[in-house]
Design a protein around this ligand. Structure first.
Ligand SMILES: [Zn+2]
Ligand SMILES: [Zn+2]
Length: 141
């Protein structure tokens, strides 16, 4: 097994080393981890909040979420429980969006990180996603 470069994480779906992608500008600028192979994007809890702020401030998500929502062989091969948090190795749980049941958010219960498949960021309203994640932690608390 090859070594993951310092500061990089591997895609929970296909183990590809994820590349940093810039989002937004100015005070809301940040980098998220993006998988060039399947288009998945990993957000740390802080990053998700910042991305939502950047989107609210008018940043285009097109440049970030350029993948088309598609069913690659990775997506059909892997089932819930097969994906692990790239930070702490916790098994990710899937949360379906009630209004858009085709959108499944993978959430880490340990660190609050979220994995989105290609196309999901555009698909989901930022409000819905943030509320889903917050609601989950409220219920657990
Ligand atoms: Zn991937
Ligand atoms: Zn985690």
């Amino acid at each position: 097994m090859d070594i993951t470069p310092k500061g990089k994480i591997r895609c929970p779906k296909d183990a590809t080393i994820m590349e940093k992608l810039g989002v937004g500008s100015g005070e809301h600028a940040l980098e998220v981890d993006h998988c060039a192979r399947c288009g998945a994007i990993w957000f740390d809890p802080y990053e998700l909040e910042q991305t939502i702020k950047a989107k609210d401030a008018g940043a285009s998500m097109e440049e970030l979420d350029f993948g088309k929502a598609k069913h690659s062989y990775e997506q059909t091969m892997y089932r819930s429980g097969d994906k692990h948090c790239p930070r702490d190795n916790t098994v990710l749980i899937e949360i379906p969006d009630p209004r858009q049941p085709h959108v499944m958010i993978d959430l880490c219960r340990t660190c609050g990180g979220v994995l989105l498949d290609a196309g999901e960021l555009k698909d989901l309203s930022e409000f819905t996603l943030a509320e889903r994640v917050k609601g989950f932690f409220r219920r657990k608390a």
